[in-house]
Design a protein around this ligand. Structure first.
Ligand SMILES: C[S@@+](CC[C@H](N)C(=O)[O-])C[C@H]1O[C@@H](n2cnc3c(N)ncnc32)[C@H](O)[C@@H]1O
Length: 255
């Protein structure tokens, strides 16, 4: 069975939808496929996050970017359902009152969902991640969903690779954003990672571009995979780290 075919869809979907409806006290969560908070993951992809944590016997998770904590809540529930584990989140703006601060809303959401055992490192990624490496921290699962520029995303992936144990799972959100997509493509081409989700696609620049891409995907027999990505995975992408290996110094391929 291809890695990205999930456990029966209804299990993870119904657990996650019920959890989020109760936590956000919003019965309508799940009716639309987009994100249901200012910054959070969509109802389509959160069940995939749940499944990835459950099916890979994950115990120790790091996420970069907590925001409204939709990912933190789902990861915490998957850890609890799998027998327990621990989540650490990096976010420099979680408790700050003024924008871009979140005024602790993510922490409150996580507590409302029943998960108080959580560690927040309230520093930017470029300070928090090297400190974790220096402390010899190691994780089974890392979610990258912080600041979505190319440089910050590549930095997050670089440190995630150092912090992930061999066999661990790396997830990146918003993989269709051009900057995020290019950072992922660098990793795909220069590091030994195995794809667990459908492949990432860069967002279309125009309707004409979108149409051209559909025609080309249909011609090459990849349209079904593309639809699967949009319907069930949205912009989430997941990989298994095969081994620790530095990227080569001399690289000539385009990415
Ligand atoms: C898209 S939101 C995360 C959403 C969250 N994963 C969820 O599911 O609700 C992006 C987050 O990245 C955080 N962020 C911005 N710059 C950052 C940085 N340099 N290091 C770590 N996190 C950062 C923001 O404060 C924001 O909470």
């Amino acid at each position: 069975m291809p890695q990205h075919q999930s456990m029966p869809q209804s299990d993870a979907d119904s657990i996650v939808r019920t959890l989020l409806r109760e936590t956000f006290q919003n019965e309508r969560i799940g009716e639309k496929s987009g994100a249901f908070t200012r910054s959070g993951m969509s109802i389509n992809e959160l069940p995939r996050l749940y499944e990835l944590v459950r099916r890979n016997a994950i115990r120790n998770v790091l996420e970069i970017g907590m925001g409204h904590a939709t990912s933190s809540i789902v990861i915490s529930r998957a850890l609890a359902d799998g027998g327990g584990g621990h989540l650490t989140s990096i976010d420099p703006f979680q408790t700050a009152q003024e924008k871009p601060g979140y005024a602790s809303v993510g922490i409150q959401n996580l507590k409302r969902a029943g998960f108080a055992d959580h560690k927040l490192i309230e520093l930017p990624d470029y300070l928090a991640l090297p400190q974790l490496v220096a402390d010899k921290a190691a994780f089974d699962f890392i979610l990258v969903d912080g600041y979505h520029s190319f440089d910050y995303t590549l930095l997050d992936i670089f440190y995630a690779d150092l912090l992930l144990r061999d066999g661990g799972v790396l997830c990146v959100h918003d993989s269709s954003w051009p900057a995020v997509y290019h950072a992922i493509r660098f990793m795909e081409q220069h590091k030994p990672y195995e794809l667990l989700s459908p492949p990432p696609y860069m967002g279309s620049r125009s309707r004409l571009h979108a149409l051209g891409r559909r025609i080309s995907l249909a011609a090459s027999g990849r349209l079904a995979g593309f639809r699967e990505r949009n319907r069930r995975w949205n912009t989430l992408v997941a990989y298994r780290k095969r081994e620790s290996r530095m990227a080569a110094e001399k690289v000539f391929d385009a990415y």
